[in-house]
Write a protein that binds this ligand. Structure first.
Ligand code: PEP
Ligand code: MN
Length: 473
């Protein structure tokens, strides 16, 4: 179990920390942390183990992982329309990927808690030359210039916005928003290239046909077509929040004994004993899945210290500055028992670097004996600025990195287990390219992100079609 070796939910406090937050009002922070520590969990140990079992399947090549959502959620995104459009998009993309990979798809939203952002500088220069604190996400301060002071009360607000988002998400899923008996609106009118349009329509027809067939033969006896699992995730950046949301809980049962090395397997004979210490462990109850960002993944620093103690499946961003030795050390620190699929390596090199860097990382991890989920984040290595200084990403670059990753894994006998995307269900203009044909000059019309540029609904769905096309080759 990871709970050995002096780990506690707050042992990270004794380590050096990146992206540190300096609070003026420690009393208010303590009050927020106490409040969070007493609020009910947002997710359960049962759900966390269920996701771990699913990610084990992804690591073994039996399922595919789709993870996506905003770069930074704002509290104002906690409304029915935004949640519905993202849910619908993730569902549609996942159906396309099921078709492409010919495997079940595990869905994780970057949603219901993605409120903290790492920044390259703590201060930002305004157009008039004045400096103000950078926006660090709604969990700490507000985007408007006059709201940039850190407000510890926002930690608790973050919990309630997560709770409201998750509550609506769960209610919608339970009420049939993802019921595959209902026809889906695929909205492909913008695809003007006839070859592409034909390829996409072929995929949609094939999905519709499969669903029709299952209904006809009554394959839905257990109601599997009525709803889907959708897990939540965010970057585990703000450790005051994450450690306050960490609870010591008993292992739910041994239903997920597919997870090698779980307490359920080790102690399957005495799973009824109420207070068996070995049966319990620490769970981050703010989300099912958390990842550590590219800027905070130093093996001997605070974030990795926190991450090594939680039972949740975790992600680690891996980029051009990740050395092979750091990568192997990180895996040993956060997953000493080498549990399959416990760790997802989220690679984000950029289209120009992926061919140089990914093969070395794949070989090193293989030699280390760890079996991870390899997930491609084709967004964060491909950010560029337009001539007028707008931060964007081109659809072509995003797809290039993704396609190169698929090709490299295949060539090395490894599996690309999933994709990690920044997307929104809304019709924004933040990334260029794709069949919507956005150019640099078009970005001004609906550029709404407060952080990184996101694929819009059409671009995200198109990316899923292209991945599926590649997988079917
Ligand atoms: C992110 O996922 O929004 C992010 C900040 O990524 P990275 O840590 O890879 O830069
Ligand atoms: Mn981002």
């Amino acid at each position: 179990m990871a709970d050995t070796n002096d780990w506690t939910p707050t042992s990270w406090r004794s380590k050096p920390i990146k992206q540190e937050v300096v609070y003026d009002n420690q009393l208010a922070v303590n009050k927020a942390v106490t409040k969070l520590s007493n609020l009910p969990p947002l997710v359960t140990a049962h759900e966390i183990w269920k996701l771990r079992a699913s990610l084990r399947d992804v690591a073994l090549g039996k399922s595919f992982l789709l993870q996506g959502g905003d770069c930074a959620e704002l509290f104002s995104y906690c409304n029915a329309g935004s949640i519905d459009s993202k849910t619908k998009l993730l569902l549609q993309m996942s159906l396309v990927l099921v078709y492409g990979a010919n495997k079940p798809v595990v869905r994780i939203a970057r949603m219901a808690g993605q409120y903290a952002k790492p920044r390259s500088s703590p201060m930002e220069t305004q157009p008039d030359g004045t400096k103000i604190p950078s926006f660090r996400g709604d969990i700490l301060n507000g985007f408007p210039a006059e709201e940039r002071a850190i407000d510890p009360g926002r930690l608790v607000e973050a919990y309630f916005h997560s709770a409201a988002t998750l509550n609506y998400l769960r209610a919608q899923l339970a009420s049939g928003v993802a019921d595959l008996h209902n026809p889906l609106d695929w909205n492909l009118g913008h695809v003007s290239d006839p070859d592409l349009a034909e390829r996409y329509h072929k995929i949609v027809d094939s999905i519709a046909e499969s669903l029709r067939f299952m209904r006809t033969i009554g394959a839905d006896t257990a109601g599997q077509l009525q709803t889907v699992d959708l897990y939540t995730s965010h970057e585990g950046l703000l450790l005051e929040y994450e450690s306050a949301m960490t609870r010591k809980l008993r292992h739910p049962n041994n239903k997920f004994s597919a997870c090698a090395g779980t307490p359920a397997e080790a102690h399957s004979n005495n799973s009824d004993s109420e207070d068996d210490e070995d049966e319990s462990g620490h769970y981050n109850t703010s989300a099912h899945f958390l990842w550590v960002g590219d800027r905070t993944r130093q093996p001997d620093h605070a974030h990795i210290e926190y991450f090594r103690g939680i039972i949740n499946p975790i992600g680690i961003k891996v980029g051009p500055t990740t050395s092979v030795s750091d990568l192997c050390e990180l895996l040993d620190v956060v997953n000493p028992d080498k549990e399959i699929g416990k760790v997802t390596l989220i690679t984000r090199y950029g289209q120009d670097k992926v061919a140089d860097l990914l093969p070395t990382h794949i070989k090193a991890v293989r030699e280390s004996g760890h079996i991870v989920v390899w997930q491609c984040d084709p967004m964060h290595g491909n950010t560029r600025s337009t001539a007028t200084g707008i931060k964007t990403r081109s659809f072509g670059a995003v797809f290039n990195e993704l396609e190169a990753s698929l090709r490299i894994h295949r060539a090395l006998g490894s599996v690309l287990g999933g994709v990690h995307l920044e997307l929104t269900g809304d019709d924004v203009t933040e990334c260029t390219g794709g069949s919507v044909g956005l150019e640099d000059e078009d970005l001004g019309s609906r550029y709404e992100t407060f952080c990184d540029p996101r694929l819009n609904e059409k671009q995200a769905l198109e990316l899923a079609f292209l991945i599926a096309g590649f997988q079917r080759k």
